[in-house]
Design a binder for this molecule. Structure first.
Ligand SMILES: Cc1cc2nc3c(=O)[nH]c(=O)nc-3n(C[C@H](O)[C@H](O)[C@H](O)COP(=O)(O)O)c2cc1C
Ligand code: SF4
Ligand code: SF4
Length: 463
């Protein structure tokens, strides 16, 4: 069985699955229950000077039958006294010496950073996560995401932390920045030992149209909150990818956070270069026990691929994340409908007609009918295939993809309700590998049919 244990900047953990700093890590009792369930580490709910919270404080977005596709909160850091939290950290570490217990911290002045880091270490925390990510309430007080968006301030505070700490310093970054590499480079320069990301995305969850108040509602008002859960996973993956392809930042261990709910999500973050992953929303939704499936799933995946440890998977996909200009313009796929699976719902047809390239055809139409429907390219022959799949519409026929016209955009595959019915099949384009950067290099980065002034400039350049 593959070795799931990790060493994250010197912090040892029996597996890469950590709880993110949030309500599931509010108290020592909760964290001990989580460790019993199988979590390898926990980042304590952010410590600092205790705050006052409001109610209500969460908002959710459902999509179709899926509850909590996204979660938003306007909760601040811990509202419990520091002494109580530190006493509980000590107790958790005493009872679970081999699990990772990280103190998430957020204070303001240099003196405060010194005191809180020293006290967290006295309590036995294995490391510190500096919360430079919270995008509501605390940022208005100059903390949280206000720090991530000012690399100079980030650099200064991170340097203080490195100076005061004897344990690893992890910087938790906010996604509410234009370019994640800027705060990433500041972390690198500061000498901090690791990065975690993402914290939540600034958001308003909706508007109560009866009361005319945004959500979540606190009496007659609301404020922007932080968005997380499955909806933010693509944003988090992108930001991780930006950091792990940076030659300097990639050397730092990264803890990936954002929409992770199962082993596959976790494996994707690790494949992009993360050493550990953190989970909040999925645990708030389904409880600590989801980690059992995560452990089993990741273990099986590593075994099936002959990988001996999490570190064998780490970063495997990182170098495949490229700039657009490096992508192969000669690579070509087309949609391929499996007639045995098609139920004849025509969703692919509608999507391709109105949202793509009008190259899916309905059998049985005359050329005039096809033109009237909006097709401009009409294949000579559209084969008739009756729908035979179980649950298929009576009398329906399988749509036909005109492969010569298909641009391989994936849209029909994405809307098809039957799993595996539409696949994208590779076709030879008959052209040699070429990317846009090659064209720039060769002076052929111009596509006819554009502006006259551009064409004239290109002609001058190549003469
Ligand atoms: C209710 C709630 C409270 C949170 N509190 C904190 C916090 O105190 N400190 C912190 O660094 N992040 C906090 N977060 C952010 C999470 O740690 C995490 O970065 C974010 O939710 C993304 O992960 P997810 O998609 O798994 O939820 C909070 C998130 C939620 C939903
Ligand atoms: S891949 Fe795009 S262009 Fe091709 S058939 Fe599907 S929707 Fe149409
Ligand atoms: S969306 Fe899928 S199931 Fe529906 S008609 Fe198209 S191929 Fe068939």
């Amino acid at each position: 069985m593959a070795d799931l244990s990790i060493d994250f900047a010197g912090i040892k953990s029996p597996n890469p699955f950590w709880l993110a700093s949030a309500p599931p890590t509010n108290t020592g009792d909760q964290i001990m229950r989580a460790f019993d369930a199988g979590w390898g580490g926990a980042v304590w709910k952010t410590l600092g000077n205790p705050i006052v919270n409001v109610s209500s404080r969460f908002g959710g977005i459902d999509y179709g039958n899926t509850r909590l596709m996204g979660l938003n909160n306007i909760e601040l850091i811990t509202d419990r006294p520091l002494d109580v939290n530190l006493r509980e950290i000590r107790e958790v570490k005493r009872r679970y010496p081999n699990h990772a217990v990280i103190a998430s911290l957020m204070v303001e002045t240099k003196e405060e950073w010194k005191e809180i880091i020293e006290r967290a270490e006295e309590a036995g925390a294995d490391g510190h996560e500096l919360n430079f990510g919270c995008p509501h309430g605390m940022c208005e007080r100059g903390m949280g995401s206000a720090v991530s968006s000012e690399p100079k301030v980030l650099l200064e505070i991170a340097r203080w932390a490195v100076e005061f700490a004897t344990k690893p310093v992890i910087i938790k970054l906010s996604p509410n920045v234009t370019d994640i590499v800027e705060p990433g480079e500041a972390v690198l320069e500061s000498g901090a030992h690791a990065i975690s990301l993402i914290n939540t995305v600034k958001s308003i969850m909706g508007v109560d149209l009866d009361r005319m108040v945004p959500l979540p509602r606190v009496g007659s008002g609301s404020t922007n909150g932080g968005y997380c859960g499955p909806a933010v996973k693509p944003i988090a993956l992108h930001m991780v990818g930006e950091l792990t392809r940076h030659p300097g930042i990639a050397k730092l261990p990264i803890s990936g956070i954002g929409g992770i709910a199962n082993w596959r999500d976790a494996a994707e973050f690790i494949a992009l270069g993360c050493t550990s992953v953190q989970v909040c929303t999925a645990v708030m939704h389904y409880g600590y026990r989801i980690v059992e499936d995560m452990i089993e799933g990741l273990s099986d995946f590593l075994d099936a691929r002959g990988m001996k440890s999490v570190m064998d998977l780490r970063g495997r996909a990182a170098s495949a994340y490229k700039n657009w200009g490096e992508l192969d313009l000669a690579y070509r796929v087309v949609a391929d409908i499996n007639p045995d699976k098609c139920i004849g719902c025509q969703l692919c047809y509608v999507a391709c007609m109105d949202g793509a390239h009008q190259c899916i055809h309905l059998p049985g139409r005359t050329e005039a009918e096809s033109r009237k429907a909006g097709h401009t390219h009409i294949p000579k022959f559209v084969p008739e295939r009756a729908v035979t799949a179980k649950g298929g519409a009576t009398g329906a026929r399988v749509p036909y993809v005109d492969e010569d016209e298909c641009i391989g955009c994936n849209l029909c595959q994405l809307v098809c309700p039957v799993s595996g019915c539409i696949t994208m099949k590779e076709m030879s384009s008959g052209k040699p590998h070429e990317c846009w950067d090659d064209r720039v290099q060769n002076g052929t980065d111009f596509v006819p049919g554009g502006l006259r002034v551009t064409e004239a400039a290109r002609a001058k350049r190549s003469s």
